[in-house]
Design a protein around this ligand. Structure first.
Ligand code: ADP
Length: 256
């Protein structure tokens, strides 16, 4: 089944195009790597899928427009880029994970037993259940990212939108993170993952979407990650390495 469709989709901020001419079809049970330099429109695409910014052209999640159907947001798990959770509020890990479960409820205060077990299950999935009571701000960057993933997973989303989730993570944590995405894919979840470097995601990505203010290419990694496309995206020559049938673009971390 098709999960997300874009046809000549774009986003304008005022009169300026942040993104234009994006067309793709992504099935359920897929992992999509979204790549492009800073300012390419990657976060804008995720925000459009959440229905947070208005788009032009066609963009549908399960056949419905996310702006016209804001309830679709409840079927999505979102991990924004570099979350700034107020440092002076003494949040514990459990508060962070429970946030996504209570955000969709009224009144906000009601936390049910099933919310607690869903939050614990999500933490178990990322291997950090033992940190349930730990103060969030004392944890390492990699642990925080995995906890924010648990928060996105806790509601059982059909679509995961992850904006640079690997920032501040060491390689073993990145690999553990990818294993979670692969397990969720087996259960039908489709993940869009913004990455600067394909090293961790290359062995499991089904599609790559290359952006630079517009869509440069979309398709399976072996088709899309070639020198011509990467030069168009990054404006310089990017070496491509094929190892064990898997295609790696050696972009490096260009994030400021
Ligand atoms: P990326 O995630 O690839 O770094 P973004 O989606 O954040 O790119 O930004 C794409 C373009 O849209 C950039 O030129 C950025 O400056 C602009 N932009 C992003 N958010 C806004 C906003 N809220 N208002 C105006 N322009 C924005």
């Amino acid at each position: 089944m098709t999960a997300v469709v874009a046809e000549h989709m774009g986003v304008k901020y005022g009169n300026t195009d942040a993104l234009k001419d994006v067309s793709f079809r992504v099935t359920e049970s897929a992992i999509v790597a979204v790549m492009g330099p800073n300012g390419a429109g990657k976060s804008t695409l995720l925000r459009a899928m959440l229905g947070l910014v208005r788009h032009t052209g066609i963009l549908t999640i399960d056949g419905r427009d996310p702006v016209e159907h804001p309830g679709l947001r409840r079927t999505m798990g979102y991990m924004p880029q570099r979350e700034h959770l107020a440092e002076h509020i003494p949040l514990r890990v459990r508060d962070i994970v429970l946030m996504s479960l209570i955000a969709t409820k009224m009144p906000l205060s009601s936390i049910s037993r099933s919310d607690v077990s869903a939050a614990k299950q999500a933490l178990r999935e990322v291997g950090l259940e033992h940190l349930w009571n730990a103060p969030f701000h004392t944890l390492s960057g990699g642990q925080r990212q995995r906890i924010l993933l648990a928060r996105a997973l806790a509601t059982g989303p059909r679509i995961l939108l992850l904006d640079e989730p690997f920032t501040g993570m060491d390689l073993p944590s990145q690999e553990a993170f990818v294993r979670v995405l692969m397990k969720r894919r087996e259960e039908g979840t489709t993940s869009f993952v913004v990455v600067h470097d394909m090293t961790t995601l290359a062995p499991c990505a089904d599609y790559v979407l290359l952006l630079r203010g517009r869509m440069i290419a979309f398709g399976p990694p072996a088709e899309v990650l070639n020198e011509e496309n990467l030069r168009e995206v990054y404006g310089r020559s990017v070496p491509v390495l094929v190892h064990g049938g898997v295609c790696y673009a050696l972009v490096g971390d260009r994030h400021a």
